[in-house]
Design a protein around this ligand. Structure first.
Ligand SMILES: [Zn+2]
Length: 324
């Protein structure tokens, strides 16, 4: 199920991804004459490393970093639109507060580009091989940018809705999954789930795209959230169901459904659940299958974007993309 604002959010996202594709399309390595930079197999390791360093600073980094930064700026602008649109949709009287944006860490991009440049020079790549390798790197960063845009669009939409709901008399919220063949099983199961406004859904998230959730629950999510009035919430509570399903915790040792009154237990449950999700090995393949990105790219995105911060136990929501 989707509403007008969610459809308009999708439209903004589609346009944004087109702009990101365009930005990366304009980066061409063909214009760079690689031949003078190429050092054959006779060169010493030091010569190659020095050349790689000069080369990386002059060309590779500049090209890739500027494309990523430009994509990030486009995404920031679109996220503000999405936030305003959805905030306004819930409460047209509110003016919408500014959405704090996650920051890209330029040094991570530089490190990744530098590593690739060093590898090429160490191994004495031919100009043709270099161009191919550049192309691979560029595609990877384009995918990172698109992944970022998609994930953040969902977060901006739902966070705006939650912020607006908190300022009105809305009692509860309902998770609405966009059901199709690429919907995560865990979100298919909680489609229609209703909880009080300040409670977490049974997958541990406060809202779709909640940055405190594990990567597996938020990456590329397209779900949305609807307001529920007091009667709707009471009905859901009375029926003994918080939704059409619940996250199945079988085989995880993390326990089953949680009574909504038991907040501590819920938090512990969420922690165990996140821990379990972090340790999962099969998620990368699943996300790859769902998005069409290669397993390597998804794995890189997951590690760059999510894992580092989680291992530090960082709670600040807006640091999660620092790995980019
Ligand atoms: Zn989802």
């Amino acid at each position: 199920m989707s509403d007008r604002a969610h459809r308009e959010t999708d439209d903004i996202l589609v346009e944004l991804i087109k702009r990101i594709e365009k930005i990366f399309k304009t980066v061409s390595f063909d214009e760079i004459n690689l031949v003078p930079l190429y050092i054959d197999g006779e060169a010493t390791q030091n010569q190659r490393l020095k050349r790689a360093k000069d080369f990386d600073e002059d060309f590779l980094v500049a090209l890739i970093v500027s494309a990523v930064i430009e994509s990030k700026n486009e995404t920031d602008r679109a996220l503000q639109d999405i936030y305003r649109l959805n905030y306004g949709w819930i409460d047209s009287l509110s003016n919408g507060t500014a959405l704090p944006l996650r920051e890209f860490d330029e040094t991570k991009i530089r490190d990744s580009a530098r590593k690739t440049a060093e590898k090429m020079f160490k191994r004495g790549y031919t100009p043709e091989e270099m161009k191919k390798e550049f192309g691979r790197l560029l595609r990877k960063w384009k995918n990172v940018c698109i992944f970022h845009a998609r994930t953040e669009a969902t977060r901006a939409e739902s966070k705006a809705r939650l912020d607006a709901m908190e300022r009105t008399n809305v009692a509860g919220k309902r998770w609405d999954a966009i059901i199709d063949r690429v919907t995560r099983d865990s979100h298919r199961r909680i489609d229609g789930e209703i909880v009080a406004l300040d409670k977490r859904f049974s997958n541990g998230l406060l809202y779709p795209g909640d940055p405190e959730g594990p990567p597996e629950e938020v990456m590329n999510c397209r779900c949305t959230m609807q307001p529920v009035d007091k009667a709707g919430l009471q009905n859901a509570l009375k029926s003994g169901m918080i939704g059409s399903g619940g996250v199945q915790m079988d085989n995880t040792g993390a326990g089953g459904a949680i009574p909504r009154s038991d907040r501590d237990r819920q938090q512990r449950h969420a922690n165990l659940y996140y821990e379990e999700m972090r340790n999962r090995k099969d998620d990368v393949a699943a996300i790859s299958g769902n998005t069409g990105f290669s397993i390597n790219d998804v794995s890189d995105i997951k590690n760059h974007v999510f894992r580092n911060t989680y291992e530090l136990g960082e709670k600040n929501s807006y640091q999660i993309y620092a790995g980019l």
